[in-house]
Design a protein around this ligand. Structure first.
Ligand code: F6P
Length: 554
């Protein structure tokens, strides 16, 4: 007999024979997937209570997954065997857990004022935060003036990767909480279109540029910052006016100063803050300016609340640990190669793009911490968007496609901008998607329905095969009362710790990103070939052909 698609997906052999894929968990998979997922609810009326967890008002419902108590406790053993608790404390206390760069990983210290670390670093965190908040106060009160005495009205963040995605996402997500009389633009791409479009909206007399770069060596950021500086000087004509319009955030204070930014306009960060974990540091200056002192403190407090939960809640009710284990369950035992994140909250439009870097740059690794190749899959490809738009775009593939794609749904109970019954429609749509993924629609019921509507047996049979929805597809739903700075802080820290937990279980370093370097080096060589044809190294045929095309069209 031909297998139904849901059987093909659920019965697929694990993708590796690694001992990591333990026999007990494989047996759980076989046992659980032998029945429709819905049966887990009919067998256990308390399933929702037992398979949901909370950090204050943020709730994770993970009941629509193929897990039960026995399976969950064996998954938790994966976390315990990996030494998660000790490794978590090693991170919080500043041990050099980024072992390829010999660095501590202390973004958590930025949200608790450095309680777990040395007094000197803690003092730097506090004083830098205070400088950020004072700047926010001045902008809010119209006291931050440009070189002609007019108040700053536009803030342009120039950065890329972690120096862009986090601030851009949070500033957009918290639009409802902006209290600065300014608008915010983000320029990241080296494509000149990006900076040109931003500058076209700016007035040099009232624009503040924040050049964010941990290293201050990043090609894109320096190119865009130079373009902004040139544009500004063309109109102001005064070098000394730069100090009213350019700020920098970096660990490389020397390079920022050489760029021409006065020392008192440079906000420090430290090598123990990873780029993709840096929105809590001065890289988040645009966030602090946009939402102001109290809201920024609330944002940090939300992150801190999740830190406390992650450190102290038992693994059985620990949101980051549960999300991490379910990700591993789907990745390594069900062969899912991607993970979708669908935010039923327009405020979170940029959240999937932000999480893409956070997750994929962290856990896109194929060797363990000792450098040995892994024989099991690690980080899945993460992608997503905002509902309900995504329903009319790619959910077709979730429901009837041949890939298993676990989904995280994120939704608030109340809108930040309520209008009539629209939030009810939004929330209902979110729930309908996770329900459809689980329930599916059987051929039998479709046929019966169509025959009752008057279709012939043959026609109903044909159409039912096309309309059939397999179901039994996993999803999590994260709910919160309404999106606030505090909730956003919780959500970000939740995913940071999920990613960390997975890296511990997979035994990989989540805090380096060597894979990005090769492309950077090669782009420099190719630029040289274009700029000095004949002088530089020979390229492969394809690359040379494409270079020639470029040169012919200049
Ligand atoms: O802040 P920087 O040093 O300009 O780096 C920007 C981004 O570049 C990367 O190193 C690699 O793309 C990211 O990790 C980082 O967030």
């Amino acid at each position: 007999m031909q297998q139904l698609p849901e059987q093909r997906i659920n019965k697929e052999a694990p993708v590796s024979n690694s001992p990591f894929l333990c026999e007990t968990l494989k047996a759980h998979k076989l046992r659980l997937t032998a029945k429709p997922m819905q049966d887990l609810f009919s067998q256990n009326p308390k399933r929702f209570e037992q398979f949901s967890a909370r950090c204050e008002d943020l709730m994770l419902d993970y009941s629509k997954n193929y897990v039960d108590q026995a399976c969950l406790s064996d998954l938790i053993k994966l976390a315990e065997r990996s030494g998660l608790s000790e490794k978590t404390e090693a991170m919080f206390s500043g041990q050099l857990i980024n072992n390829t760069e010999q660095r501590a990983v202390l973004h958590t210290a930025l949200r608790n004022g450095g309680n777990d670390i040395d007094a000197e670093s803690a003092a730097k965190i506090t004083s830098t935060k205070e400088r950020m908040l004072q700047l926010a106060d001045r902008l809010q009160h119209g006291e931050l003036l440009g070189y002609t005495g007019k108040p700053i009205a536009t803030v342009v963040n120039i950065g890329v990767g972690g120096s862009d995605l986090g601030p851009a996402m949070a500033v957009d997500a918290l639009t409802r909480y902006h209290n600065a009389p300014a608008r915010f633009l983000f320029v990241s791409n080296v494509d000149p279109v990006h900076i040109s479009r931003a500058l076209a909206q700016c007035d040099p007399e009232t624009t503040l540029f924040i050049v964010c770069s941990k290293t201050f060596t990043t090609l894109e950021t320096l190119a865009n910052a130079n373009a902004a500086r040139h544009w500004f000087l063309q109109s102001s004509g005064q070098e000394d006016a730069i100090e009213h319009h350019f700020l920098a955030v970096s660990t490389n204070l020397k390079a920022a100063a050489e760029f021409g930014i006065p020392e008192h306009n440079i906000f420090p960060m430290w090598d123990w803050v990873g780029g993709r974990y840096s929105l809590w540091s001065a890289i988040g200056l645009s966030i602090a300016i946009a939402i102001g002192r109290d809201n920024f403190e609330a944002f940090l407090a939300g992150g801190r609340a999740m830190d406390e939960h992650f450190r102290h809640a038992p693994h059985t009710s620990n949101l980051p640990v549960i999300l991490a284990l379910l990700g591993i369950w789907h990745n390594d035992y069900f062969g899912a190669q991607s993970q979708a994140l669908i935010c039923y909250d327009q405020n979170l439009l940029l959240f999937p793009a932000y999480l893409q870097q956070l997750d994929m740059e962290s856990n896109g690794k194929s060797v363990n911490k000792q450098g040995e190749p892994l024989d099991y899959p690690t980080g899945a490809a993460l992608w997503g968007g905002v509902g309900t738009n995504t329903q009319h775009s790619f959910h077709q593939l979730f429901h009837q496609g041949s890939h298993l794609i676990p989904v995280d749904f994120i939704v608030g109970a109340r809108s930040t901008n309520p209008i009539g019954e629209q939030q009810t429609a939004l929330y209902s749509n979110c729930l309908a998607q996770s329900q459809a993924l689980m329930q599916g629609r059987s051929i039998h019921s479709l046929k019966q329905e169509m025959i009752a509507e008057g279709k012939s047996e043959q026609e109903a049979d044909f159409l039912a095969k096309h309309r059939f929805v397999a179901g039994n597809r996993p999803s999590n739903t994260l709910v919160y009362p309404t999106l606030t700075p505090y909730v956003l802080g919780q959500l970000i820290a939740l995913y940071e710790h999920k990613i960390f937990t997975q890296s511990v279980i997979w035994d990989i370093n989540a805090f380096d990103q060597w894979g990005v370097e090769l492309g950077k080096q090669l782009s420099k060589k190719i630029t040289r070939v274009i700029q000095e044809p004949g002088k530089a190294d020979q390229q492969d045929g394809s690359t040379q052909g494409l270079i020639d095309y470029f040169l012919r069209h200049q």
